[in-house]
Design a protein around this ligand. Structure first.
Ligand code: IMP
Length: 427
């Protein structure tokens, strides 16, 4: 079972960092395959809390090689500051490998992200403002700058010139901003060449060899299924493919080599930024979930929108990712509710709909149909096995499993590394 994908089954922030970290001790490589520093993983190790944005969470597991794949967009300034922050706390970061084919987020991408959101006004996406969309747009437009370009000054200059040719027109004429000087960008980027040179590698070759040699490779998705640019709630999505297929294109490892796809599923639902969210709670239950669950973005500090569990979304995640397992997180947050509603289907224009509607219009009109399950009041954070959970918590998990279409193989009952109930092994 050498290659596993671990991804968000909802709108991101499902607690993937904890799940990846839990597996970290038994895996040889942890690989990020998409997104950039728009992601935010919180990992708790002992009494230490780490907030990671760009680095794979495997960086915290000694013996594990963290890899940034070709599908990731890398802001080199953020990467270096994250590395030095960890080094200051005594974490060994020397094993990190970065694909030479990964694209760079430059200062003009961040500027464009911010000004274009401002320009959209009420129609804005609510991006993280980290330059993710503009960097991916340049990649697809074939005017992106890649990590490998840092090591060839003349190529770098040509590419920056080509990219800025058009962007400076847009910045000046459309957004009324000052043009960005080619020299300034080239100089800044060249400054990253030395500190990054030791990390750059042919990660595709390396990962395929590792899998062939029976090493355990874990592909770690950022964001979540419903934020996927193809399969999410477009246009309120990120600009990459967090779904399972992204693990292949974002690393150069073929689908036949992937043995397991694990969806991280929060016991309720959250979303950051704009876009439809059928089970959103705008009442005191929503506020309670936000407070107890600590639902504040690791990257942006924004409050997350909160709502009840949505089984329609979970079923959809099973389908579009071919999930083999779920890791249910934050079950402890639901402790104390007398009754817990779960969305089992939607009502759209008077009709009951069991599957996620493919039309954006329908999804915007979807109203949740709830089934209400009995809650529990006992503290579950010390539970070490499924049997140690209160009966109603067991029933809640079983109901979610039946509705979601894949076995729940692990349950998070608290934020700590060891506050997890493992039902089936992932390896
Ligand atoms: P972008 O990825 O910064 O372009 O933002 C696009 C959308 O994805 C916005 O709604 C963001 O709030 C959302 N988003 C991006 N990264 C994350 C994440 O790690 N967790 C949750 N939402 C995210």
């Amino acid at each position: 079972m050498p290659a596993l994908v671990l991804l968000g089954a909802q709108w991101g922030d499902e607690g993937k960092g904890k799940a990846t970290d839990l597996l970290g001790g038994s895996v040889d490589y942890v690989v990020r395959y998409q997104g950039g520093n728009n992601a935010g993983h919180t990992v708790v190790v002992g009494d230490q809390k780490y907030a990671l944005h760009l680095l794979p969470s495997g960086i915290l597991s000694p013996g594990c090689t963290p890899v940034i794949g070709n599908g990731v967009v890398v802001d080199p300034a953020v990467l270096l500051s994250e590395l030095s922050g960890l080094a200051d706390r005594g974490v060994d970061t020397s094993k990190l490998l970065i694909s030479g084919n990964a694209h760079l987020i430059t200062p003009y991408h961040t500027t464009l992200d911010k000004v274009s959101e401002r320009f959209l006004g009420k129609r804005k996406i609510g991006t993280t403002g980290r330059g993710i969309g503009p960097a991916y747009a340049d990649k697809i437009n074939r005017v992106g700058i890649r990590v490998q370009d840092l090591f060839d000054e003349s190529i770098l200059r040509q590419k920056v010139e080509a990219a800025l040719d058009n962007k400076n027109q847009v910045l000046a004429k459309l957004y009324n901003r000052r043009a960005i000087a080619v020299d300034q960008v080239v100089e800044e980027l060249l400054g990253y060449a030395d500190p990054l040179s030791g990390y750059v590698a042919d990660t595709t070759l390396l990962l395929n060899n590792a899998i062939d040699q029976g090493r355990v490779v874990l592909f770690e998705g950022g964001q979540g299924t419903l934020l996927d640019v193809d399969h999410g709630t477009y246009p309120f999505v990120t600009s990459s493919n967090p779904t399972a297929g992204g693990a292949c294109t974002g690393t150069g490892v073929g689908p036949t080599k992937i043995s397991r796809v694990i969806g991280i599923l929060k016991a309720y639902t959250t979303r950051v930024g704009a876009g439809p969210f059928p089970t959103e709670l705008l009442d005191e239950d929503g506020e309670k979930l936000r407070t107890i669950g600590g639902e504040r973005g690791v990257t942006t500090g924004r409050d997350r929108r909160c709502g009840w569990f949505d089984a329609v979304i979970a079923r959809y995640a099973t389908r579009v990712n071919g999930l083999t397992d779920f890791f249910l997180t934050k079950l402890d947050v639901l402790t104390g509710w007398e009754r817990i509603p779960v969305c089992v289907a939607y009502e759209i224009d008077g009709k009951r709909v069991e599957e996620l509607p493919y039309s954006q219009t329908d999804f915007h009109h979807a109203k949740p149909i709830y089934e209400t399950l009995p809650g529990w009041s006992e503290d579950i954070t010390q539970a070490k096995s499924f049997d140690e959970l209160p009966k109603n918590a067991q029933k809640y998990v079983q109901a979610l499993e039946e509705m979601s279409g894949a076995p729940i193989s692990a349950i998070g009952v608290g934020p700590g590394r060891d506050e997890t109930i493992q039902i089936n092994s992932f390896l």
